[in-house]
Design a protein around this ligand. Sequence first.
Ligand SMILES: Nc1ncnc2c1ncn2[C@@H]1O[C@H](COP(=O)(O)OP(=O)(O)OP(=O)(O)O)[C@@H](O)[C@H]1O
Ligand SMILES: [Mg+2]
Length: 339
Amino acid sequence: MTSDDAPTPSITQIYRDRSVTFDRLVAEDDAMTEVVRQAERAARSDASVLIVGETGTGKTLLAQAIHNTSPRAAKPFVAANCAAFAESLLESELFGHEKGAFTGAERVKKGVFELADGGTLFLDEIGELSKNAQAKILRAVEYKEFERLGGEETLRSDIRILFATNRDLAEAVRNDEFREDLFYRVNEFKVEIPPLRQRKRDILPLALRYLQECNATFGYHLTGFTPEAERALLSFDWPGNARRLRSIVKRACALADGDVLTVEDLDLTAPSVRAPTKAPEASAGAPENLEDWSLATVERRHIERVLEHTKGNKSEAARVLGIARTTLDRKIATYGIDA
Ligand SMILES: Nc1ncnc2c1ncn2[C@@H]1O[C@H](COP(=O)(O)OP(=O)(O)OP(=O)(O)O)[C@@H](O)[C@H]1O
Ligand SMILES: [Mg+2]
């Protein structure tokens, strides 16, 4: 995985690549050109923007493009993944802390609101913040004012805030999981990226883009796809969206024998992306298909079960599985689980 392919950053990440602009986005389908048009308009203003879309649809890429096209482009772009904040460290991650604010606070630390001063703060997975955290963030989002933990002085940051989520925040408000007052601050200007299966005209241009990327990186001389491979790409459902497409094309490029990628090279039916099968219990007798005993299949099935149990609540599922929320997201995208 290259750095720009990572799902959401672990906690805080400062992106410095100013070359990521709207030109970097493949947008052939009308649904996507409209998204880019809206985002370009938003980029010129200083308004907050909420980017909504399934995992791998390009939310982080779009946020970078907005920042790099905005008057703040020369200033920092700080991305913070709200889902990765441990509740106990939340305030210090967001607002920083003074020396001695708590045991172990050996020096002053700036939080993301302060680090982004002059530039853009990207609050990713905003829908995963606890109610308690939502209350803490409200004032800083609204007035860009906050205090470092253990500090007296009120600090003011000159920032533009971008938000992203894969949740329906309006529904979260109705379910009393998201504060209504924060919702209105976050939802000022919403840009919704449709899933790849709803913008089919982007599929082949994206696939070709990734093939060319492989040619450039590894010195391959691949020229394209067979008609059958193109049809398979077009009819695939694309859980995991552009990220999944990219990893499938990259793997195919590495495996291909000829100059053209075939449907076999793409291997869209590989266990990791196949529709759920009846994976056996670990204690059951041998399955009909031994592939069903692969760790990948069992892991996928297990994650699906836990998600079923938590009614699709991913934070809860990650807790049950004992893995980080970001790790779970990655596995969901990799296995193409319909969460
Ligand atoms: N329109 C696009 N054109 C070109 N590449 C794209 C496009 N959309 C997404 N990608 C690529 O797909 C991958 C995933 O994109 P990105 O990380 O921005 O998705 P995301 O919506 O932020 O995912 P997550 O919800 O997991 O954080 C990246 O490698 C990105 O460069
Ligand atoms: Mg992202």
